[in-house]
Design a protein around this ligand. Structure first.
Ligand code: LER
Ligand code: MN
Length: 268
């Protein structure tokens, strides 16, 4: 398994030279600590110069295992479950833009919070079908570009649509595309799964990415999750992709990144 850390990139990182300098500093920290990759949470992929970003990653010998899309929901309200068709089209357009960027960077696109929440006047069934239809539409582009989408179960306090691996597998079965796979996040699993190890075994065939965070969203080792057991099961199911730390930058990004790699390296 390879290790990465997720980095939230502000828009300025791609729009101003000062922002780009700060981004470079983060790449230098992550590379210096010995990580294999850096996952990038990006608000608007259309402002990113993918060639420049690819070269930056290459310079620091970092892979980009995934592009995170949640900020497009948090900052711009873009969502697959939006009751308004035009809003859903905007979310689909944004995900297609993410896929274009992902194709240039040779990476996958996370479908996490961007699927949205159930609207006040929408039933669970309706929201489910809205998300399914949007995923179907996006999967045609995913196929054309050869880019995978990684559907992430998220805990109930952030969305009611797809909280568990079982629900993600059901959605993927209904979408019927080889380009929609599953990823998990240990923080969400801790809140939603009856057994984290059994859920990982169920996800095995379609598992393409793993977010790691402890029970409190802090660096692994700072809460009460059993990472020894989690890594054992990931080895058992022959998962060889990334463990990507999506953690609170506490007390700061550099120290949280150091704690994570020090802790996980001993378990790998
Ligand atoms: C949000 O809690 C999360 O885990 C993100 O990866 C979803 O976009
Ligand atoms: Mn996550």
């Amino acid at each position: 398994m390879k290790l990465a850390i997720a980095l939230t990139t502000p828009k300025e990182a791609f729009e101003t030279s000062q922002g780009w300098r700060l981004l470079k500093k983060k790449f230098a920290i992550v590379s210096g600590l010995g990580y294999d990759g850096i996952e990038l949470m990006i608000e608007d992929p259309s402002v990113v110069n993918s060639e420049k970003l690819r070269k930056l990653a290459q310079f620091y010998e970092l892979l980009i295992p995934a592009v995170g899309t949640g900020i497009a929901y948090l900052q711009c309200g873009l969502s697959f479950a939006h009751p308004d068709r035009r809003e859903r089209s905007a979310a689909i357009k944004r995900v297609k833009d993410y896929m274009l960027l992902a194709s240039d960077l040779d990476t996958l696109v996370i479908i996490g919070l961007i699927r949205g929440k159930i609207g006040v006047d929408t039933s669970y069934k309706k929201a489910w079908s809205l998300v399914r239809n949007c995923l179907r539409e996006c999967s045609a582009t995913a196929k054309d570009l050869g880019v995978l989408m990684a559907l992430e179960p998220i805990n109930r306090y952030e969305t009611a649509i797809i909280n568990t691996v079982d629900e993600a597998l059901k959605m993927i079965e209904e979408v019927r595309s080889d380009y929609v796979r599953i990823m998990v996040d240990t923080f969400h699993m801790n809140l939603e799964e009856a057994s984290i190890t059994e859920a990982l075994r169920k996800a095995r065939k379609l598992l393409v990415h793993v977010h790691v965070a402890d029970s409190n969203r802090k660096a692994p080792g700072m809460g009460h999750l059993n990472f020894h057991e989690i890594i054992n099961v990931l080895n058992e199911i022959r998962y060889t992709e990334f463990l990507s730390a999506e953690i609170l930058p506490k007390p700061n990004f550099g120290q949280a990144a150091r704690k994570t790699i020090d802790y996980l390296k001993k378990l790998l």
